[in-house]
Design a binder for this molecule. Structure first.
Ligand SMILES: Cc1cc2nc3c(=O)[nH]c(=O)nc-3n(C[C@H](O)[C@H](O)[C@H](O)COP(=O)(O)OP(=O)(O)OC[C@H]3O[C@@H](n4cnc5c(N)ncnc54)[C@H](O)[C@@H]3O)c2cc1C
Ligand code: FES
Length: 278
């Protein structure tokens, strides 16, 4: 799929908690940049009509690179997962945690502002119709790509189960949205909702799963990878290595894998844990 650099308009900014916002982006009437194409083909797409097909082509787990306007310290774009894509209404959803200057600015964007994105980037989660019992494990803002993954699985006749984790109940994000697509189990560190303790201790992990998809803090993903290895269950994780270009040019996101050093931005961010040197 061709990548596009496109100006999108902020349709809504839903503040989920002081630290998290879900932002809905769409096409404004007059805010589309010339539609530069950074694909290999060199073709210039008609961004207006192509945005819908870009959204249709999104693989859950892919991400966008967002230009942060109005900050002195954010020259580089910031990588953000695609939380949800709605081709019918030409809308793209992102879920943002205020982690620093750039993401704070994003959390605060106002409706009507323009946000420039490169879309779509990276390789997403693999989906096989034979994996009838998938478990989707998300921690913190790592739940972001799992919502769209759940929706796509459901569309393909597979009912996913989610295991969502956070420090406390108020940090659990989009629970009602997740419940639309499958069963939801919860872990909180303080026990304010669901099982008390680490997500890796949740009894749901003792069930037999065809595949486990995971996104969250690195220690959590490593813990889940360890459990899946013990159970001989395929496991895919989405890495959040620090990125600059997002396009495979700067090599700052490299991960050491069984296939050698690879760029997470182009060969991932989703990897089969069997290919990682964890
Ligand atoms: C593939 C991918 C998907 C991501 N998806 C989401 C998402 O859906 N929602 C979300 O809120 N966050 C997501 N992140 C993390 C997000 O990119 C960083 O939190 C953000 O870049 C921090 O920028 P900042 O200016 O707010 O903070 P800074 O002040 O620059 O840094 C704060 C923290 O973020 C880390 N960081 C800084 N720049 C980057 C970078 N370019 N890439 C990764 N980490 C960085 C720093 O090491 C530091 O720990 C994702 C990261 C990757 C690589
Ligand atoms: S971020 Fe530049 S190569 Fe991956």
């Amino acid at each position: 799929m061709a990548k596009a650099i496109i100006d999108l308009k902020v349709i809504a900014n839903k503040r989920l908690s002081p630290m998290y916002s879900q932002i809905v982006l769409g096409l404004g009437d007059n805010n589309i940049e010339s539609g530069k194409d950074c694909s290999d083909s060199g073709a210039i797409p008609d961004i207006r009509s192509d945005f819908e097909s870009i959204l249709k082509s999104i693989e859950p787990g892919q991400f966008v690179q967002i230009k942060i306007e109005g900050c002195n310290g954010t020259f580089l774009r910031r990588p953000i997962s695609i939380n949800f894509a709605d081709p019918e209404n030409r809308q793209l959803f992102i879920l943002v945690r205020n982690a620093g200057e750039g993401t704070k600015r994003l959390c605060d964007v106002a409706v009507g502002e323009t946000v420039n994105v490169i879309i779509p980037l990276g390789k997403g989660f693999s989906i096989e119709d034979t994996n009838k019992h998938p478990l989707l494990v998300g921690g913190g803002v790592g739940v972001a790509p799992l919502l769209y993954l759940g929706k796509i699985l459901k569309d393909r006749g597979i009912t996913p189960s989610f295991l969502l984790a956070a420090k406390k109940a108020t940090d659990l994000l989009l629970l009602d949205e997740f419940k639309k697509y499958g069963n939801v189990a919860i872990s909180t560190d303080d026990g304010s909702m669901g099982s008390r303790g680490l997500v890796t201790e949740n009894p749901v992990l003792n069930q037999a799963w065809d595949i486990i998809y995971c996104c969250g803090p690195l220690p959590m993903m490593k813990g889940i990878a360890k459990i899946s290895k013990r159970q001989n269950t395929k496991c895919e994780v989405s890495l959040e290595n620090t990125m600059a270009c997002g396009l495979g040019a700067c090599l700052c996101c490299v991960e050491d894998t069984v296939k050698g050093n690879v760029c997470v931005c182009t060969e991932g961010p989703v990897f089969d844990t069997g290919n990682l040197k964890w």
